[in-house]
Write a protein that binds this ligand. Sequence first.
Ligand SMILES: NC(=O)c1ccc[n+]([C@@H]2O[C@H](COP(=O)([O-])OP(=O)(O)OC[C@H]3O[C@@H](n4cnc5c(N)ncnc54)[C@H](OP(=O)(O)O)[C@@H]3O)[C@@H](O)[C@H]2O)c1
Length: 257
Amino acid sequence: MAESASPPAPMFSLRGCVAIVTGASQGLGRETARALAEAGSDVALVARNAARLETLAEEIGQAGRRVLCLPADVTRPEEIKAAISRIAGDWGRIDVLVNNAGITRDGLVMRMKREDWDSVLQTNLTGAFLCTQAVLPVMIKARYGRVINMASVMGQMGGAGAVNYSASKAGLIGFTKALAREVASRNITVNAVAPGFFDTAMTGELPENTLRQVLETIPLGRAGAAREVAAGVVYLASREAGYVTGHVLCINGGMYM
Ligand SMILES: NC(=O)c1ccc[n+]([C@@H]2O[C@H](COP(=O)([O-])OP(=O)(O)OC[C@H]3O[C@@H](n4cnc5c(N)ncnc54)[C@H](OP(=O)(O)O)[C@@H]3O)[C@@H](O)[C@H]2O)c1
């Protein structure tokens, strides 16, 4: 067999891609943005805290990737539309959208304030809808795209004291599957990642005894590392994952099977 002129690109290379990560200012989103850049992608960073985005952008820029900081609130359609137009205008393409921005406002259902229900649904679910709706025209035109939604084990098994959060993440899984069917004919894949328990600002406020109880439910016996979620996102963002859509990738140490 004749040898090909140039060596094939390494597996999971994202060289030449443009990726957007929401909630990139800290935690799983920050690590995901780093990992996408490491795999070769240019990255656009979205979150409300501009200073934190700048710090990450400097780090990614030093590693040789193009980076855009776009401070925006995912619940505000006009801010999201402006951010997406800027990326499409400056870079001319959007290959990957990671809907990662999320919040918790835990409390027992009987005492949950309406505003805590609304803000969690608006950020975690409506935010993903708004970002996806803004990005899809670019992906449809290119007949290529990867949408990756950060769900949660709580959306699969339910979390007592977090009906708002669990409902938002279960909703995101339904959103993922419905959209996967809707845009498959345009060569756009839509998948979810469902992390279990990771040590970030989101989980950092749990009381010591709750933390111990959670760890006891994890067969692998430890919290996950943010890089383990980022690796799953890089896989789903890659060309090699082109035949995977409507899938929920559980990265949870066996907490839910
Ligand atoms: N940690 C876990 O164990 C775990 C488990 C399962 C799923 N998850 C999911 O993973 C994602 C990341 O969680 P994390 O643990 O990394 O939490 P985190 O450290 O609290 O980070 C949340 C991120 O979301 C951003 N964000 C929140 N509201 C936003 C808004 N309205 N507009 C734009 N950005 C917003 C925050 O940035 P700004 O404040 O700068 O806006 C921040 O960058 C979330 O969707 C979470 O539900 C986490």
